[in-house]
Each structure stands twice: as C-alpha cells, then as structure tokens.
Write a protein that binds this ligand. Structure first.
Ligand SMILES: [Cu+2]
Length: 674
C-alpha cells in the first residue's frame, strides 16, 4: 500500500512538472492563473466552483481538497477543520473577519458549521503564524469570504439530491445599483443517516451492550436538519466609501453525532456584521476599515436518543445547555510610508461562554442538579498590530510585522476548577518576517519565520465535569500558560498560464502546547507540553493536451510530544489525491483517486489507536447549458469501508468508537444562475 502510494505521488509530480501546450481557454485555465500568479505562496484558496461540484455537506468537509487541510469526522455533518495537524483554538476560522465560536464544549458546532455554502464566495487559507490582523492565529487562518450583491438583478438557485435522502436547497436573490445593493438568501439542508462501506449505518457502531448505542427507534432517525437565512445590504455614499450590514440566522435541529455520547437537540446562531471601508482616501492613506460585529450561539445536547437515557427519571440521563456570544470591533488603515506600505490596526473582542450540565446520577440525593460545566466565563482581548511591506527591488519583497495582545479571562460562576471572579491575564507578542523572491519569471520562492500565540480557552482553564470513582472526573487546569508557536516556512511556486506547482516545508515548535492528560486514573485534565510539528505539502494543477487537466496534491505532517518523547495525538497521516479531468467548459468529466497512508504514530497514553491506510475513487461530471449547470457524481465508487484517522474521540468525552466514512454515495446538483 505504502509503496503504491509513493509511486502514485511520484507519478503525479512527474506529470505535474511536464510543461504543457494545448487545452481550451476555460474556467479551469482561469483558476490556474489565479492560483499561480495572484496568490501569495503562503496562501491557498477554495473556490465556489470546487465547493459546488463537490458533494461536501459543509465547509469543514469541502476544505479537505486544500493541501494541508483535513477534518475531524463526527457524524454526517459538522466536520471540524484541521490545518497541518493543528485544530480547535490553535487556528482561527473566521467569516468576513467575524470571530464566531461554537457553544458546545464537545465542539459539536465548530465555527465552520455555522454558515451555509450558499453564503460563500471563496475561502482563504493562511498556513502558519502569518496572520497578524486577528488574535490567536497560532497555526494559521481560515477565512470565509461571503458573497456580495452584483450590479442589476441577480438570482442563484441550487438543488442537490443524493444518497441517504440527502436534500439541499438554496436560493439567493440580489439587486444592485452604483449607490446601493442588497442580497437575501435562504438554505435548507436535511439528510438521513449515511451508510458506510460495510452497509451499516454510521450510527450503528456501538457494541450491543454499550450504553452509548442508539436506541432502536433512533438509530435511523434524521441525521440533521438545518435552515439558514441571511441578508446583506451595501451602500456607497461616495465613490470612495462603502458600508455593509449583514445578518444571518441559522437553526440546526436534531443533529446526530455518533462520535460523541450525546446528540444535539438544536443549535441557533445569530450573526450581525457592520463594516465601513474607504479606498484611495488620499495620497498617504490607501484604505481604511472599521468593523463592528456580534454573534451568538445557543446549543442544547443530550443523550435522549441513546440507551443511556432509558429508564431514567427524565427522558435523558445527561444534558448540556450551552451558549456563547462574541462582540468585536476592529479598525485598520493602510498608509504609504517610506518605500513601502504600512498596515496597522487595533481590535477588541469579548466572548462569553457558559455551559450547564445536568446528570441523572451524579448526586443520588438530587438528580439533575445543575453543574457549572463552563462557569459563565468571559474572555476579553485587546490587540494592536502593524505590518510593513517593503519591495526591496522588483524581485524581492520583504514583509514583517508585530502584534501585541492583552487577554483577560474571568469566571462569573464557580465550580471545582475556579472561584467566582477568578481571572487570569495573558500578555503576548507575536510577529513574523517573510521574504518573497521572484527568482525567474513565474518562479517565486518564499522564506518566512513567525511567532504565533494563543491563550487557553475557558474550557481548558475552568471546565468541570465531576464524577464519583470509578467514574472519571474531567477538570480544566486554571494554571495553563498561553501556547507559543515558533515556526519557519520554505515555499516554492512555479507557474505559467497553463500550469502551477506549489511546494512547502515547515517546522514549528509549540511551547506550552495545550494537551490532554490523565494525572490520576480518576482525573482527566489539560497540561502544557512542548510539541513540535514538521511537514510539507505539494500541489499542482495543469492543463494537458486534448482538454485534459490534472490536479494533484500531497500533504504530510508529523507531530511530536517533546516532553514525553512520543508521537503527538490526533495527527493526520500522509494524505493526497490525484484527479484527471476532461473539460470543454460546456461539460466535464473527472476521476479522482484519494488516498491516506496508515497512521501508526499514535499516543497510546491517551488510548489512541492506529488507523489503516485507504484509497477511494470519486467520479464527477458536469454540464452547462445557458443559465443552468448540472453536476452529478459518485463518491467512494467501490464502496470501501474506511476511516479517517481523526474520526475517533479520545478524551475528554471519549465514546471509544471510530466513525467510518461514507460508503458509495451518489449526488446530483442543479444550479441556475441569472
Ligand atoms: Cu454539544
């Protein structure tokens, strides 16, 4: 298997480096040019075309097509983004610069879960600690950029139907003039529980004696139902200024998480964003922006669909009621300064996070006593940054910047991990230096070094889930330090108008990385360790003769717990894909082979298990006729039973079972764009 994959990778690279000469002028070529010439070497993007064509159910899953990105599989939907082995708060996942956090302490609702595909224009990914505009981009930034209304009337309708009665529908209507514009959208998503390659439901993974198994009447219930509505209004008071107000509401109901011991009753999300942007303001001031936003998520989960709820005084044995909100503001300006451009800004946000837990049996005398699982914690952050871009000559660009952050985290309630009004302060500096050299036409080399930081979150500091031995208590660690990543990156990008190839190598050393551990057999908690990460990615898109296009990618990361000299847990294996596409703009056909190597670098102290390698085949075709586009495809053509390495849950809320990937899955999408 491994040899086969190495050969595959070598073949892909060899093919990729062939200089090409033929092929139709097409959207594919346009994309190659955009990726090759317009994106900085440390950035990647995912276009809406790729999202539309793919059968992905959410952004977390769609992003697996970008090298260096993978996801945590928890069920049919709500996949969490992983970048070069880093996940959770080690990354920033933002929508139009808005910081949106999930409410669930088990990350049932990661940030990428809270918006619909139909809202999106593109997704921008910065790998490594090179984003200084936002606090906490220790491992990188995933920024979703939403659609803005065009000129005149516009409409976009999309319908998808697929295996397991999956149905997605969205409608977006817009109207714009020079002065003002507006957009309204609505999306509905629903699906039954998918089956994996062995023909079993992905909810049917627990042994017949497990208390976490689904009740017989719930095992084949709906996997999720999500409704999202949004609006965006823009006004251009003068030629230089634009102001935008947008609002989005999402209601997710009955979302199943076989990965966890509970399922979500609901998730309700509000997102409000206001921006003012000025361009070419004077000779000195290039652009200036002002932004104010608010968002809120309410989430309730319980075990009423599992065997553990049967025979209890209420219809559940455990329930968590959680909510979080963020209020933020940001101001930036770009100034001409000396030979280069200075971009500077200040930002502030406050996040509140509260989770109450009720369990039938924790206190026998008073079942269902409310416990402050996350004791209404507020996180307040204030930051300042400055970045300077200096073109040394027409081939060399030096870019560097610094950022300072003050963070105060304070608990408004008490539990076994903290007292009321207990607070912790963090003062952190981050920064980077990057040099881009255009060595020859189309050939860019990049070298960068950066420092990224992030403080612990409310859960890591103050979580409390008490239990009586032999059950295990889960408790935060109020003494945690902020994690600091020092990373070096090397990148290369070679592009022509028919081909591009990118390659990158990185090494990062994270001091005080926040990690899980078991201080005693009856206590689980978090600790700071020193960890290191190294790896690299290769990506290529090429136009071949006869209207053929080749796309290939390969990603690798290795993580190491330097304190205990063992592999770091939850690190994806070597992964990649090779796709060949025939595309004449009016129709296309594509075959993609996806693969991952065996992951045997696991942390046995957290009961992490090895995952075998796998290989799957996807077919996809598309047809464009006037305003109508039709896409259809089959994923996992050979109905293989396989697992992503990041599909099992280790502590704190370990259910002990891995969630398999979907078996053979058909889908068809119709899109009408006016
Ligand atoms: Cu939850």
């Amino acid at each position: 298997m491994r040899l086969f994959m190495t050969r595959f990778a070598v073949a892909a690279l060899t093919l990729g480096t062939l200089t090409t000469f033929a092929g139709a002028e097409s959207l594919q070529l346009e994309e190659i040019v955009v990726r090759g010439e317009q994106e900085p070497p440390r950035e990647e993007s995912l276009s809406i075309r790729e999202v539309r064509e793919s059968p992905a159910r959410d952004v977390g899953e769609a992003l697996k097509n970008v090298e260096g990105l993978t996801y945590v599989r928890k069920g049919a939907i709500a996949n969490d983004v992983v970048l070069r082995g880093l996940q959770r708060d080690n990354l920033n996942v933002l929508v139009d610069g808005v910081r949106l956090h999930g409410a669930c302490p088990n990350r049932m609702d990661p940030p990428a879960f809270h918006f619909d595909f139909a809202e999106i224009e593109r997704v921008r990914v910065v790998k490594g600690p090179y984003d200084l505009e936002n606090p906490g981009s220790l491992g990188g930034l995933v920024e979703v950029i939403t659609r803005r209304p065009g000129q005149g009337p516009g409409a976009d309708l999309s319908l998808t139907y697929g295996s397991f009665d999956r149905f997605d529908a969205s409608a977006v209507g817009s109207y714009g003039t020079d002065r003002a514009d507006g957009l309204l959208g609505y999306a509905h998503k629903v699906s039954d529980v998918p089956e994996s390659g062995d023909g079993k439901l992905i909810t049917d993974i627990y042994p017949a004696t497990s208390p976490n198994r689904y009740r017989p009447d719930a095992i084949d219930s709906r996997a999720y139902e999500i409704n999202t509505g949004w609006g965006k209004f823009g006004f251009n008071p003068t030629e230089k200024f634009r102001t935008e107000l947008s609002y989005s509401y999402q209601d997710a109901d009955h979302v199943l998480y076989p990965y966890l011991k509970m399922d979500a009753d609901y998730d309700r999300t509000h997102r409000l964003n206001w921006t003012l942007r000025g361009e070419n303001l004077s000779e000195r001031v290039g652009a200036a922006t002002l932004q104010v936003y608010w968002d809120r998520v309410d989430h309730v989960m319980d075990d009423r669909l599992r065997q553990s709820s049967v025979g209890k005084p209420r219809d559940y044995s455990m329930l968590t009621d959680a909510n979080t909100w963020v209020v933020g503001a940001k101001a930036t300006a770009s100034l001409a300064a000396g030979p280069g451009t200075l971009k500077a800004g200040i930002d502030h946000y406050t996040r509140s996070w509260d989770a109450d837990n009720r369990r039938a049996m924790f206190t026998m005398a008073q079942p269902y006593t409310r416990l402050n699982m996350i004791p209404e914690v507020s996180t307040e952050n204030f930051g300042v940054f400055g970045e300077y871009e200096w073109p040394l000559n027409d081939r060399l660009v030096l870019r560097g910047g610094v950022r300072g952050d003050l963070t105060r985290i304070e608990a408004d309630q008490q539990n076994n991990a903290t007292l009321i009004d207990d607070s912790t302060d963090f003062t952190e500096a981050s920064g980077n230096l990057q040099l881009t050299w255009t060595a020859a036409e189309g050939l860019e080399l990049f070298v960068g070094a950066g420092r990224g930081v992030r403080p612990p979150d409310a859960q890591e500091l103050y979580l409390d889930v008490p239990a009586m031995p032999p059950n295990v208590t889960w408790r935060g660690n109020p003494d945690l330090e902020a994690s600091v990543n020092h990373q070096a990156d090397l990148g290369l990008k070679y592009s022509t108008d028919r081909f591009y190839l990118t390659g990158s190598l990185f090494y990062g050393r994270v001091d005080d990385f926040i990690h899980f551990h078991n201080p005693t057999p009856f206590l689980k908690s978090y600790e700071n360790i020193d960890a290191s990460f190294w790896g690299g990615e290769v990506g290529s898109q090429a136009s071949l003769p006869y209207n053929l296009f080749l796309k290939a990618g390969l990603s690798y990361v290795e993580g190491r717990n330097e304190d205990d000299e063992r592999p770091l847990s939850e690190i994806p294996p070597l992964e990649g894909s090779v796709g060949l596409r025939y595309d004449v703009d009016t129709w296309f056909f594509e075959v993609t082979e996806n693969f991952a190597a065996r992951q045997d670098r696991v942390d046995s102290s957290l009961n992490e298990e090895e995952t075998p390698g796998w290989m799957t085949t996807d077919l996809r075709a598309g047809l464009k006729y006037g305003v109508v586009s039709l896409y259809a495809g089959v994923e996992n053509l050979l109905d293989k039973q396989y697992f992503s390495h990041l599909s099992y849950l280790r502590d704190p809320f370990a259910s002990g079972e891995k969630v398999p990937e979907n078996g053979r899955t058909f889908y068809a999408t119709v899109v009408c764009t006016f």
